[in-house]
Design a protein around this ligand. Structure first.
Ligand code: ADP
Ligand code: MG
Length: 676
């Protein structure tokens, strides 16, 4: 089987399924194989009654002993109850609004039921169990994929299983590395990441692939650095009008901002291309620093571009740039996914001319047909949302532009060495004056209504509120809060009569903009959203951030979310609602309530890592890696980095081969390099 083959030729893939696969970014067999599970279910089957744990899914072979009459619940649903016997114990299977399920069962026959079995007095109850004849195997590990639309795990498991059966994947790391770190081969790793034959095998697979991600990343970084260092850059003048711009700002720059601006301007003047990271905590005022940098470039007659991860943020920066820079006759354009075709054509046309223009935009900026004539400065904001790949694509839009990346996610110093080694680092380590630290509190689930009380009080005072949930729709286990569920609860309950809205990433950009705008204009008082609001949204009147299921978020992410409030002069609050079941969660919440310093938080975060949590990945929020997490996998990162350096400094055949693979690999999967 050819790995680059289109998935439409696979058995069982018709036009409908093809469309669904494409929507998940799966076009080729390779895409399919690299569509790794986001999690696993560790199924246990037919274990003794006493060992049944409510937290894990189980498969139990039960004998049907009776079918109850349907009853109507208080909320108007139809409840169907079937009685089973499991090793002499009573099991009640319950289904809601699925009256037809009764026809599936015959008294006296046995069925495999899969679900979470709860103990209620001396019997077991299971809600909406899955019924299968051949489900029960011993201790099976079942992959769970990220699904979009109505694609199911079952379909993916079948497709991927079929492909893997017909394929042997050739290795692409130098042999000596596999031996040195006792890593499994790629074939084993890919097969076991999908269908682990055991926990140990899964661990080996994950380790191998994490190493590969981090090694590839390090190689790319080192090559990018080499590439930039060997070229001459543009020597910009420092224009007189810089003084006028500073005088026209509605505030004076903080000392930290002034220092960083000076470092940037020094780079601009030098004959070498700038390659600088600007690290600054949320709210430290990075935007204005970027605008000043772009201002000088434009006044030198060059073009500049600012790429951000979301349209909301692009719009916000665009408006800010217009406000501050247009009085100085600076031409600014906005290019995002929802820019009309006609507009897009006009802007693309425009930038192929000599016109000194600032283009602010999203990923739309790195499309193939975007070509700058005279690009002098490339800035990416919220760097952790972009990969090194995307950064280099944007850099390649110009001949030798200056490069600046901005991030509000401080990472521990020990890590920065490995993660940002190609960059010079500037830190805006001071907040503008008058900011009060966000009063952060931790509430248990049961105290959630106190959080809403505080929110209502603030709304009464004229302020606004964010409520963040981990999910959009209700999830199957109903353990986590979702935007929709909470909206229904609150708009009909404690927030009755108060205008509140939902915001999440699956909405159309235009819809999102409208919602953000209504919030900015204080027409809506509260927004219930997913983490889409994490990045950069600036509404100074918002004073409360409530984070539901805070235990599900990383500390860096919580800190980012918290940064959405406390942007004005008001007293502001961040309330973390969490199930603090483990010591680790308690500690993490404590760190958040005791500090608002991003650097400190990141250092503490690192200290708490490295303890278990091998399985069941948490979302890192980091686009660069699929499996690896720089905090948890610092040791792997360290090895990968030094090996990459050794390989690049040697000039063996291996190196040439590897570098070519990195260069030629499909962009989407370049994290793992290609197979051959
Ligand atoms: P971030 O670093 O998180 O991107 P922003 O650039 O969005 O922060 O700035 C946050 C807010 O602080 C904005 O409203 C901006 O206008 C304001 N701001 C930036 N610099 C200063 C300053 N020196 N003094 C007062 N306010 C400032
Ligand atoms: Mg910002």
């Amino acid at each position: 089987m050819d790995i680059s083959q289109d998935v439409k030729y696979l058995k069982g893939v018709g036009p409908k399924l093809l469309e669904k696969l494409n929507r998940c970014g799966i076009f080729t067999v390779l895409d399919l194989l690299l569509y790794f599970p986001r999690d696993y279910e560790f199924l246990r089957s037919n274990i003794p009654f006493n060992e049944i744990d409510e937290e894990d899914k189980q498969v139990l072979t039960c004998v049907c002993v009776g079918i109850d009459r349907d009853v109507r619940t208080k909320t108007g649903k139809t409840l169907t109850t079937i009685r089973f016997n499991y090793l002499g114990n009573l099991v009640l299977g319950k289904w809601f609004n699925q009256g037809f399920i009764k026809n599936t069962f015959k008294v006296g026959q046995s069925y495999d039921l899969m679900g979470k079995f709860k103990r209620v007095t001396n019997r077991l109850e299971v809600i909406n169990p899955i019924i299968g004849v051949k489900l029960a195997k011993e201790n099976e590990i079942v992959p769970k994929y990220s699904l979009k639309g109505d694609l199911t795990d079952k379909i993916l498991i079948k497709l991927i299983g079929n492909c893997l059966e017909q394929i042997t994947i050739k290795d692409n790391l130098p042999k000596y590395l596999l031996e040195k770190y006792k890593m499994t081969n790629l074939d084993f790793a890919i097969k076991n990441i999908h269908f682990p034959t055991g926990r140990r095998e899964l661990e080996l697979a994950i380790n191998r692939l994490k190493f590969q991600e981090l090694f590839t990343y390090s190689m790319k970084l080192l090559m990018l650095k080499k590439n930039l260092r060997t070229k001459n850059g543009i020597e910009f003048r420092l224009v007189e009008e810089l003084k006028d711009l500073k005088a026209a700002l509605p505030y004076s720059l903080t000392d930290a901002q002034t220092r960083v601006v000076r470092e940037i301007l020094r780079d601009q003047k030098s004959p070498w291309p700038m390659n600088r990271l600007v690290q600054g905590d949320v709210g430290s005022g990075k935007t204005v620093v970027a605008l000043i940098a772009m201002f000088n470039v434009i006044k030198n007659g060059y073009q500049a571009t600012l790429m951000v991860p979301t349209e909301i943020l692009a719009n916000q920066h665009y408006l800010e740039a217009k406000k501050l820079l247009e009085p100085f006759n600076i031409h600014i354009e906005l290019l995002t996914g929802s820019t009309s075709l006609k507009e897009k054509r006009r802007i693309k046309e425009l930038i192929t001319t000599e016109e000194p223009v600032i283009v602010i935009g999203t990923h739309a900026l790195i499309q193939e047909d975007v070509d700058f004539k005279n690009l002098g400065l490339v800035i990416t904001d919220e760097q952790h949302r972009f990969g090194v790949e995307q950064r280099s694509r944007l850099i390649n839009k110009g001949r030798r532009p200056d490069v600046m990346v901005m991030t509000a996610t401080p990472i521990p110093r020990t890590l920065a060495l490995y993660v940002y080694s190609d960059l010079d680092i500037s830190a805006i380590d001071q907040l503008p004056p008058g900011r009060k630290p966000v009063d952060t509190r931790f509430f248990n689930e049961s105290e959630r209504f106190s959080a809403y009380d505080l929110a209502l009080e603030e709304i009464d005072k004229g302020r606004q509120v964010y409520i963040v949930c981990p999910l959009i729709e209700e999830d199957e286990d109903m353990k986590l809060n979702s935007v929709e569920k909470l909206y229904n609860e609150l708009s009909d309950g404690v927030f009755r009569g108060i205008p509140i809205e939902i915001l999440h990433g699956k909405m159309k950009p235009k819809e999102k903009d409208e919602i953000i705008n209504r919030f900015k204009n204080n027409e809506t008082k509260a927004i219930i959203s997913t983490t889409v609001i994490e990045v950069g949204v600036n509404v100074p009147n918002a004073s409360v951030m409530i984070i539901e299921n805070a235990e599900r978020f990383g500390l860096a992410q919580l800190h980012q979310l918290r940064g959405r409030v406390g942007r004005g002069s008001y007293e502001s609050y961040c309330i973390l609602i969490a199930k603090a079941k483990t010591e680790n969660t308690k500690k993490r919440m404590e760190i958040m309530t005791s500090s608002t310093d991003g650097f400190y938080i990141s250092e503490e975060d690192l200290k708490l890592r490295g303890s278990g949590e091998m399985f069941g990945r948490r979302q890192s929020g980091d686009e660069e890696f699929i499996l690896a997490n720089i905090y948890d996998d610092m040791n792997i990162l360290r090895c990968a980095k030094s090996e990459a350096k050794i390989l690049l400094d040697s000039d063996e055949e291996e190196k040439v081969k590897f570098c070519n693979e990195v260069k030629n690999s499909l962009e989407r999967w370049s994290k793992y390099i290609c197979f051959n």
